[in-house]
Design a protein around this ligand. Structure first.
Ligand code: GLP
Length: 244
């Protein structure tokens, strides 16, 4: 794992955006694996401004997102489709028909997951998968479990995740209890993983991800088995590791 220690969230956002920009420049028809949450917001802003300056072209890019809340459609401002459109996809020249997010409106979980796996198979190998880290070590919405899931599946969100994500909703009851997420197998098949972690509240989990035995109870530990991982983390997030 290659670790870049940066000062703060601003620097993290620039560094991570530069890595994705390099990928797009070197391979204009890249498949980008994208993520939601607050960690990547700054890097998306940087990508948009590089695009506006004429330094990046998304016209041949395909994007696949990690996850979506079950029950929310793309017009709901809490859905991950809405988040992606707002933060990146409608602000650059990626063809919308080549941007994919699991469809939260499909009620039948098996059908929704099979449909997304079919999309993932059809777009081919993800060149670079962006990942944030949940407070319980989740990747996408792969919550702590007794095994690693391979394909897209429906998950019951943990109490920690509901608590962490309620800040985006009006009331806690509004946070969906289930989500569709790409599996750990799907994530691990990407050629490169770019993990971003910022802030003191990620310090404990980041230390565990880097040092605890690899286990589905802390899904992020699996990252250590991927041959090509870049972690960009700020001083606060690294404050409980030996890199502090
Ligand atoms: C959500 C998303 C994850 C994300 C995580 C961390 O639960 N499903 O993909 O990595 O939150 O979010 P944040 O970056 O806001 O800490």
């Amino acid at each position: 794992m290659k670790i870049y220690k940066v000062k703060n969230y601003d620097e993290l956002s620039r560094k991570a955006a530069n890595i994705i920009a390099a990928q797009i420049t070197l391979k204009p028809d890249s498949v980008l694996g994208l993520a939601t949450g607050s960690s990547p917001v700054g890097l998306y802003k940087n990508l948009v401004s590089m695009y506006e300056k004429g330094d990046l072209d998304f016209s041949q890019i395909t994007t696949v997102n990690l996850d979506e809340y079950k029950g929310l459609d793309g017009t709901n401002d809490q859905s991950y489709r809405y988040f992606m459109n707002e933060n990146l996809l409608t602000k650059v020249n990626v063809p919308m028909e080549r941007t994919f997010v699991p469809d939260g409106t499909i009620e039948d979980a098996a059908a929704a997951c099979a449909a997304y796996d079919e999309i993932l198979n059809s777009v081919g190998t993800v060149d670079i998968q962006l990942l944030g880290l949940g407070h319980d070590g989740h990747l996408g919405f792969n919550e702590p479990d007794d095994h690693f899931e391979d394909g897209t599946h429906c998950v019951q969100l943990t109490e920690t995740t509901i608590q962490a994500n309620k800040r985006f909703f009006e009331k806690e009851e509004d946070v969906p209890r289930q989500a569709y997420t790409m599996g750990i197998g799907g994530i691990m098949r990407a050629k490169m993983l770019l993990v971003v972690a910022s802030g003191e509240d990620k310090a404990d989990i980041l230390n565990k991800v880097l040092t605890a035995p690899v286990s589905p109870q802390i899904p992020g530990t699996i990252l250590r088995f991927h041959p090509n991982v870049i972690l960009v983390a700020d001083e606060a997030a690294l404050s409980k590791t030996e890199l502090a």
